[in-house]
Write a protein that binds this ligand. Structure first.
Ligand code: PEP
Ligand code: MN
Length: 339
């Protein structure tokens, strides 16, 4: 169960409440986020909700049977809206477009992608400065200096920055320069990292693990939420299956399922999802039709020269066309009475 507390609950009232909840056989955890105070009760015993609901200091009480609690739609039917400032949102009812290279490579490259975003009304740019690479000999990113450079150029153009954080020690140094911390597929269950991201007040986008289930993705989000940060976005980026014809298997099923289970916005990443440039647009549009609140895809002036993931990266002409199609399909989607 989730017990939402009144902001002015006294410590005596809280103690009394915890005692009562423990008394019915539920284990309690106190959660304090930037937006509210909660007590999470874990247990299975049947009980009369009125016994607790009438106690002082309680705002609301919800029975949530899911393993994850705070990210569940069962207690918060209203979708979560992520406000990045300057009129940029990621939320239900809008279509977020995030594009940019796999890796940030140079000042010249940053300027070209920023211009491409501005020209196409795209307000969020992706790019890695800390790159998780399968081989230690591959390009591993420009690091914090690259991020600073990127920030100085992007912020001037009103472009928000989405970039991966790989370890806890990077959170603080990155903080002034990021708008959305991306947790990569390889770190989807790095619980130390998730705990620490619970302490920041900037948005966090969690990618699904390489072999992660939908439930595991939601539990990862629960870590950040229960750590204090409610500004969360979920990202479906494909999972590893027996199929070898594509880089990953983009699990489009996950999109409506995540939207139904959670109040958090859901983004689709067709680039890593299929890994083949020619088919990225199809999978992006399929993701939009499946109900995604946004698309994140890789683009580069000359994909063949990209330092990483060139094979799945669109050039600017392709990206401009895709952005227009995404908006068109999203407008169409609104006319369907999908669940
Ligand atoms: C990326 O976004 O470039 C990336 C490394 O993604 P993922 O963690 O999904 O593999
Ligand atoms: Mn990539």
């Amino acid at each position: 169960m989730i017990i939402q507390l009144q902001p002015d609950i006294s410590s005596k009232q809280k103690e009394n409440l915890i005692e009562k909840v423990n008394g019915i056989g539920y284990k309690t955890t106190e959660v304090k986020t930037q937006l509210g105070d909660y007590i999470i009760g874990i247990g299975k015993k049947e009980f009369d909700i009125r016994k607790i609901g009438q106690l002082d200091g309680i705002r609301d009480i919800h029975i949530v049977s899911d393993e994850y609690k705070l990210v569940s739609k069962k207690w918060k039917a209203k979708p979560t809206s992520i406000d990045l400032g300057d009129g940029v949102f990621i939320k239900d009812g809008e279509m977020a477009i995030i594009t940019g290279p796999c890796s940030i490579e140079s000042e010249e490259q940053i300027r070209k992608v920023v211009d491409h975003c501005v020209e196409n009304g795209i307000r969020m740019m992706r790019g890695g400065v800390f790159k998780p690479r399968t081989s230690p000999y591959a390009f591993r990113g420009m690091g914090i200096e690259g991020l600073k450079l990127w920030h100085s150029i992007a912020s001037e153009a009103g472009i928000k920055i989405v970039t991966e954080v790989m370890q806890t020690s990077q959170i603080e140094e990155m903080y002034p320069y990021v708008d959305i911390y991306q947790v990569g597929a390889r770190n989807s269950q790095n619980f130390n990292l998730l705990d620490e991201l619970g302490k920041v007040d900037k948005a966090v986008m969690i990618k699904r693990g390489i072999s992660g289930t939908i439930e595991e993705l939601l539990q990862s989000a629960e870590y950040v939420f229960s750590g204090g940060n409610e500004k969360l976005i979920l990202c479906e980026r494909g999972i590893r299956t027996y199929e070898k014809a594509s880089r990953n298997t983009l699990d489009l099923n996950a999109i409506p399922i995540l939207k139904a289970k959670s109040h958090l916005p859901v983004i689709v990443d067709p680039s890593h999802g299929i890994g083949i440039r020619a088919y990225v647009p199809q999978m992006a549009l399929a993701g939009v039709m499946a109900g995604a609140d946004g698309v994140i895809y890789e683009s580069h002036e000359i994909p063949e020269k990209a330092y990483s993931d060139g094979q799945q990266t669109l050039d600017f002409a392709q990206s401009a066309r895709l952005a227009a199609w995404i908006r068109e399909i999203f407008d169409k989607r609104k006319t369907f009475d999908l669940l």
